[in-house]
Unconditional design. Sequence first.
Length: 202
Amino acid sequence: MINLPPTKSNLLSLKSQIFVIEEGHDLLTQKKDAILIELMQYLYDFDELKKKLQVLLEKFLNNLRQYKFNKGLEAFELVKLSVQGKFKEHITERSIMGVLVSKVVIDGEAPCPCIGLFDSFIFLDEIKQKKEEFIDILLQYISKFSSIKRLLGELRKTQRRVKALEEIFIPDYKKTIKKIKNVLEENERDEFIRRKKCKHVT
């Protein structure tokens, strides 16, 4: 309970303050709900990306093993060098209820393999394709993971604020307002009785 003298000015001030506090509570509750909805979607996307990564990695490694088996170690070493292309990533951000979440997009291609036309093989194209897909999905995966951490941190912070308002601040304000109202009403009754007695005496 807030320790304030039971005056009309304090009562009006507290009523004004609790109005603002309850509005803030409503906004925080909306923010919490909005973040939770986004977080659930991000968790779903994160799980789907994880599954895609596992499938792509398995296919990528299988293609490498098959190419090595069909073309031999020397050609395989050239392929390893050929798929070491440099990529540039572009990071874009957007705000979700004040929380910045990022998205990463890659730009770049692996260099052409240093092997002759005779050594061209269908698995080589698949290897390059799966490698590029894997990098793209991996960057999305990392981006989602980072965004989930931010959203989860903001959700917990917002939940703590909502809980503090619901369990501490709003009840304290309401108790104090009720106490001051009771005291003022009692004072008014006492004053009314005193005046009535004085009028009766006179």
